[in-house]
Design a protein around this ligand. Structure first.
Ligand code: GCB
Length: 597
């Protein structure tokens, strides 16, 4: 990784942000509401494990790398690569499940797409929903941008380089693991590489509505906070904000920084699982117009409760990885989201923990339409390089991209900054900084992280972590009956907490191979997992301050850490459904428990 360069890049964007409102970003808000040309489809690919297309034989960056897409006129000229005859990969999609020989591959793949542009707009941007992990983007032989982080969107302006007519887009994607990356090099899910989400060309006028946030003010059911940022050479613009159903129509003029923020009294019908009401919101200038569907609700804690729209709610949740049932591989489409949500709704959930990284926008919007609350998380997971300021800048940048994209989604009620990180001074500073940043980017939601339990003795369980002071809701993972003891253990313990905050069990569970049956004391059988769920639910019934659970996990998922032949075969089997979507016995236990809640 080019550390200094990335640090510089990230610092520059933070400098720019701190001069203005921190909740704005360079991300174009609501990509689905813009004029776009899809660049999805077949892209030619070259697999380049030694990065021959990037470095020369002295390992120096080669100015005539593959991104030049050199053409030769005859066989005398030297060229030893070529996209024309190269195989194709489907975009969006991971490469691991598209070609058998790329199943375990972690390294560089070059992607190439030719496209014709015949639009009339004044500015054009390339938009990538997500690319895992490091991306370098070249248009017509010139580098236009780069990005680090596999699960968040980014856009790159290409106005000066795009041709009317034929264009060649080349993208270098590298999913090698790095100890100082986010995530670090050790994690329990598949490192699917590739351009895993939609790619689009976005067209805008010369001054356009880049970003906006329309949400209820924290703690208020009737004060709307509206923020809009325009971008271009005419920053003082008349901006109109309309919510026709609320009879709101207001025109304001942006300041000479292109920004405007105001408050407005409204009486909305509040979004909730039983009333997932979304309002049509229209933001326009003389030259630009964006429409969105936005819900309004309040979320806060009071004593040991979570209040949604002022009333206590129990979060009946499940953790979920962004992996598609049956075909396996990265989930990326609306259809994939619907399949996963249909499965989750069989459990009767009103809440999902999107683990362990931001999921695609289809998922967030579809969950919102169905009235499901969300926990959204960045992949600060296990042994991150907490001492490293570059790693912190990278995590902060991913946090900012996650929040920027989804800050208008009523469904999202938690920003989570970490999962199961090992205690220590450097970690405390790192996470404290992330909590502070999350609140600076958006102060209307709860910020949390999945911690780990500890114990006073075998029978008295607790949590003891200095990060508990940083969060309104204490969330932690526990695997009593799986990694600690056997299925009987949850029945034998008592939980005590030193403070009176609401508690979420952000993970519990155990593995079972779908269709493997046996006695309840036989690990890996559906019966063991079923009994573990029964006993855990009994334990949870007695847990003080419990306001929600997200057991681990909806569906079996691929992980290169899971090597037990004939049982795991590269899958973590803690799913309540198999990777083919078949329910296991434990699924019905959780469903019954949620029905009674
Ligand atoms: C955990 C992790 C999760 C793992 C799970 C397991 O605590 O947060 O990512 O997949 O345990 O199955 O061990």
């Amino acid at each position: 990784m080019k550390k200094t360069f990335i640090l510089l890049l990230i610092c520059t964007s933070f400098v720019a942000m701190s001069q203005t409102n921190e909740s704005y970003s360079q991300l174009i808000q609501n990509i689905g509401g813009r004029s776009t040309q899809s660049l999805n489809g077949h892209w030619n690919r070259l697999v380049d494990p030694l990065e021959s297309g990037y470095y020369d034989y002295r390992k120096k960056p080669n100015p005539n790398g593959f991104f030049k897409n050199m053409t030769v006129d005859n066989w005398n000229q030297f060229k030893e690569y070529g996209f024309e005859d190269a195989p194709v990969l489907q975009v969006p999609g991971d490469w691991n499940t598209q070609e058998a020989k790329l199943y375990y591959y972690e390294g560089t793949v070059w992607y190439k797409k030719s496209f014709t542009y015949s639009g009339k707009s004044q500015r054009q941007f390339l938009y990538f929903g997500a690319v895992n992990y490091e991306t370098k983007v070249y248009l017509n032989g010139q580098k236009v941008g780069e990005h680090e982080g596999g699960y968040t969107p980014f856009n790159i302006e290409v106005t000066k380089l795009i041709n009317q007519g034929e264009n060649t887009l080349i993208v270098k994607v590298d999913n090698k693991r790095h100890a100082d990356g986010i995530p670090t090099d050790n994690f329990d899910w598949w490192n699917y590489g590739g351009i895993t989400r939609d790619v689009m060309l976005v067209e805008t006028p010369s001054t356009f509505i880049r970003d906006y946030k329309v949400q209820l003010k924290k703690g208020s059911k009737s004060v709307l906070q509206v923020e809009v940022k325009v971008d271009g050479n005419a920053l003082q613009q008349n901006v109109k904000i309309e919510i026709p159903e609320l009879k709101l129509s207001k025109s304001v003029i942006t300041g000479n920084n292109g920004e405007i923020a105001f408050e407005q009294n409204v009486v909305p019908s509040l979004w909730s699982p039983s009333n997932p009401k979304l309002y049509r919101v229209v933001i326009s200038t003389a030259a630009d117009k964006v429409e969105d569907e936005i819900g309004f609700r309040t979320i806060e804690t009071s004593g040991n409760k979570i209040l949604l729209n002022g009333s206590p709610i129990f979060l009946k949740g499940i953790c979920i990885h962004e992996e598609a049932p049956i075909r396996t591989g990265r989930a990326f489409s609306l259809a994939d989201s619907k399949n996963l949500l249909d499965m989750a709704q069989q459990l009767g959930v009103n809440f999902l923990r999107l683990a362990h990284y931001p999921h695609n926008e289809y998922m967030v919007r579809e969950a919102e339409r169905r009235g499901i609350l969300l926990w959204s998380e960045i992949p600060v997971y296990w042994t991150v390089d907490f001492e490293n300021p570059v790693t912190l800048a990278n995590a902060t940048n991913q946090l900012s991209e996650m929040i920027s994209r989804d800050k208008n989604r009523a469904a999202v009620v938690f920003w989570s900054v970490a999962n199961e990180t090992p205690h220590g001074e450097a970690r405390s500073k790192f996470l404290t900084s992330l909590v502070k940043s999350a609140k600076a980017f958006d102060n209307t939601r709860m910020v949390s992280m999945a911690l780990e339990k500890s114990q006073i003795n075998d029978s008295i369980q607790t949590i003891n972590d200095d990060m508990m002071d940083q969060v309104e809701v204490v969330s932690f993972n526990e695997y009593l009956g799986w990694y600690q003891g056997t299925w009987e253990l949850p029945l034998k313990v008592k939980w005590v907490f030193k403070n009176d905050k609401p508690i979420i069990i952000s993970e519990f569970g155990g593995e079972a191979l779908s269709g493997l049956h046996g006695a309840i004391n036989q690990r890996w059988t559906e019966e063991y997992q079923e009994q573990l769920y029964k006993n855990t639910c009994s334990m949870l019934d007695k847990m003080p301050n419990l306001v929600g659970t997200t057991p681990w996990i909806l569906m079996d998922f691929r992980s290169s850490k899971r090597l037990l032949p004939k049982i795991q075969d590269d899958f973590n089997r803690k799913g309540l459904f198999s990777d083919r979507g078949e329910p296991k016995k434990a699924m019905f236990i959780l469903k019954d428990w949620y029905e009674k809640k």
